[in-house]
Design a protein around this ligand. Structure first.
Ligand code: IPM
Ligand code: MN
Length: 342
């Protein structure tokens, strides 16, 4: 039996509560199939407030040795916005070259969508993960004065765009063979034009896959007016961030939304995390829904090639939601119910 090494970063708030549930589901689903050696990393707000460390180099190097990473959530109101986001979460994504941010949205039976007629929703957003406005290029001059100028530059490279575009086409081949490119090429003429040209060019190698285009503002409308029109949405880092929060809400709240930060070249480990944040308002009460974290563990298994246990988790979650999704349950109870189905 193969033993995989997992780097586990529970992080802050409800991340600490949902991650153990996800790990328990992962282990149970893999019983007799694979083993896991988990190394826990104490990273996040508590650690930062205690000793000032955000992501020390030696810990990043150890995380880089793992087969995959399971992350809970990062963020704490006591820490200035941006410190942990940039210094920990984005540093992991960028250092480990996780250039595909994969975010599926599926409306499970038993989940109440805020849409009156949601239809059949099952799409995945392929969000670029290492470029765009997240690069950290830019600056502020004359800060705090009336002449202050602040800039953030969106960096898009042909190399970076092409690799995520190829990933989306490969994914589309395994789904319903249609991609919607989302950008804002009527205003962001440089980057938007490049994205479109690369999609057109790569698309010629995939004659079986059709593609169309939507401006981001129009895409946010279709996301609520006709979300079942989507299958694979391909977009840049910031548009993908915004669109996947909206997508999560449309399928019943981010409590059901998993994601993967994928290094598809396999040179570095990929990282799996729920889309939701650390939710400090409900942290410590044992009421956080661990479903998104459990589904992230299933994505992790699939990434490692453990498709069968991943399918088992997906099926267990689907059945759990259908039977008890609308009942109010605590973190532990939901975890027990899902585990009982594995
Ligand atoms: C997400 C989060 C992060 C992002 C933040 C916390 C840096 O919103 O994973 O969607 O913007 O990517
Ligand atoms: Mn986000």
């Amino acid at each position: 039996m193969h033993t995989y090494t997992l780097a586990v970063v529970p992080g802050d708030g409800i991340g600490k509560e949902v991650t153990p549930v996800a790990l328990a589901a992962l282990r149970k689903a893999c019983d007799g199939v694979a083993q896991f050696r988990c190394e826990q990393f104490d990273l996040g707000a508590e650690r930062y407030l205690r000793d000032g460390a955000i992501l020390p180099d030696d810990e990043l190097a150890r995380i880089d040795q793992a087969d995959a990473i399971l992350l809970g959530a990062i963020g704490d109101p006591r820490v200035k916005a941006g410190v942990l986001e940039r210094g920990l979460l984005l540093k992991l994504r960028f250092s480990l070259d996780q250039y595909v941010n994969l975010r599926p949205s599926k409306l499970y039976r038993g989940v109440v969508s805020p849409l009156r007629e949601p239809g059949d929703i099952d799409f995945v957003v392929v969000r670029e993960g290492t470029e765009g406005l997240y690069c950290g290029v830019g600056g502020a001059v004359r800060r705090g004065t009336a002449q202050e100028v602040a800039t953030e530059v969106s960096v898009n490279t042909a190399y970076g765009v092409e690799r995520v575009v190829r990933y989306a086409f490969d994914l589309a081949m395994r789904r319903s063979r249609h991609i919607t490119l989302v950008h804002k090429k009527n205003v962001l003429v440089n980057a938007g034009d490049m994205w479109q040209r690369i999609v057109d060019r790569v698309g010629e190698e995939y004659p079986a896959v059709t593609h169309d285009y939507l401006h981001i503002d129009a895409a946010t409308i279709f996301m609520v007016s006709n979300p079942s029109r989507f299958d694979v949405i391909l977009t840049d880092n910031l548009f993908g961030d915004i669109l996947t929060d909206e997508a999560g809400e449309v399928v019943g709240g981010v409590g059901y939304s998993a994601s993967g930060c994928i290094n598809a070249s396999g040179e570095h480990p990929s990282m799996f995390e729920p889309i939701h944040g650390s939710a400090p308002d409900i942290a410590g009460q044992g009421i956080a829904n661990p479903t998104a974290s459990v589904l992230s563990a299933a994505m992790l298994l699939r990434h490692l090639g453990l498709d069968e246990p991943a399918d088992r988790i997906d099926a267990a979650v689907e059945a759990d939601i259908e039977q008890s999704g609308s009942r109010s349950r605590g973190t532990e109870e939901i975890g027990r119910d899902i585990l009982a189905r594995l």
